[in-house]
Design a protein around this ligand. Sequence first.
Ligand code: UDX
Ligand code: UDX
Ligand code: ADP
Length: 457
Amino acid sequence: MSIKNIVCIGAGYVGGPTMSVVAQKCPHLNITIVDLNQARIDAWNSDSLPIYEPGLEEVVQEARGRNLFFSTEIEANIAKADMVFVSVNTPTKTFGKGAGVAANLEFIEKCARTIRKHASKDLIVVEKSTLPVRTAETLEKILHSGDSKYHFEILSNPEFLAEGTAITDLHDPDRVLIGGRQNELGLAATQELVKIYANWVPSEKILTTNTWSSELSKLVANAFLAQRVSSINSISSLCESTEADVSEVARAIGMDSRIGSKFLKASIGFGGSCFKKDILNLVYICRTYGLAAEADYWEQVILINDHQQSRFVDKLVSTMFNTVSDKKIAVLGFAFKADTGDTRESPAINVVHQLCEEHARVTVSDPQALGYAKTDLAGLEEFVTLEEDPYKACEGADAICILTEWQLYKDLDYQKIYEKMNKPAFLFDGRNIVNHQELYDIGFNVYPIGKGQLSHL
Ligand code: UDX
Ligand code: UDX
Ligand code: ADP
């Protein structure tokens, strides 16, 4: 089999950047990314891409029109494909059995039916979306049901890119994981996908496993990463009560090579489309197999994360003399992390909702995420204002909350900001990114995460 035409279904945060990089690195392949959403496809074909990701524009500009195409013609493109990547969204179910925990596989199932109907030859179907373990089995059953004439070989190839660093992660991944059936057809299909990645990824970084290990590894990788954030966040509370400093603790434990230094930044909590969804998924799967203790263990990672956000608001309210009603709070940062405009599961959503429950007047600022903020905060218009300029957002405020670690917020002129705030001026640093001593010296009452407060009161 020789692979020439590749289609990716789903032009989102995963499908878009991933396949753009495949096209950039493999000029001999034709890559078409298809999506039902016309506006999204139009944006991919324009100068203003639908997602903000450093370096993405350059990659798209290099390949688009050469061997990278964006289209809503799903059926015609499947008909000429040799390999189909499936990269549609798999949100947490909001209804029926498993609501709030299980993955909603509706979109992926629909894709399978579309592929079956419009394929014109044997195909390799690659799962790119994060899926519950054993989804490939479901896909296989749907693809081979009814009067299906062709053979579909399913591979699992989870994507490990992080938003904000998607392009560097794709150019230089820690590993590429490919899972397939351990028989002749499965191994041959696996090799076809290995060949594509081998165009730029060193062979020792391309791992091949059975399908189920690959599907499960994606959930487990995200669960372990999120678990580190919840672990250090649980320690941050203890630090605030004991005069230990969470940054010093993180540094000290991170130098143990068995622990490692990454992903130990205490924060307002993790967000993003993957961590919570994937852990809920893992929890649901454990319960499905009767593994109650294991399910409870992983569920705790989410409970600590929610707790960290409530704790932040509780501390803010109690510090500000037990009321924030009618006080102006400037929220700096709404995206779930820096260098992205994505707000899915952003801790800021939760924090702003809680501040509004306290009847604070909240001004939200973010360099990339205000478009989504409008939707996320719908219904709170009475309390919330959106303001891109951080200086204006802080004018007349009683407190500042830093919720996203944008470089921009490290570089602000806090002296100037302080002068225009109500006094006493409070600053709650949910990301520990500013120089707390300097701010204290200016006159702020400063409340970091996981270290002693610096207060004039
Ligand atoms: C531990 C710490 O490693 C050490 O830094 C500290 O000073 C004292 O506690 P120790 O208890 O001697 O040292 O042994 P360690 O190698 O950490 O193993 C602890 C237990 O974990 C053992 O029962 C070991 O079998 C088990 N273990 C360790 C696993 O089951 N799996 C692993 O991957 C690692
Ligand atoms: C994550 C995984 O890193 C990636 O491999 C997977 O493919 C998708 O999910 P992403 O959600 O884009 O990527 O961002 P990530 O950098 O992992 O951050 C997730 C959240 O954890 C962010 O809200 C971030 O602010 C928070 N975080 C991360 C911390 O609070 N502290 C840390 O030390 C690290
Ligand atoms: P992710 O973060 O996993 O990439 P996104 O929600 O950003 O998720 O992107 C998924 C994309 O998949 C969306 O643009 C959506 O319109 C598209 N999509 C969902 N179902 C289908 C389908 N059956 N056919 C084509 N595109 C689909």
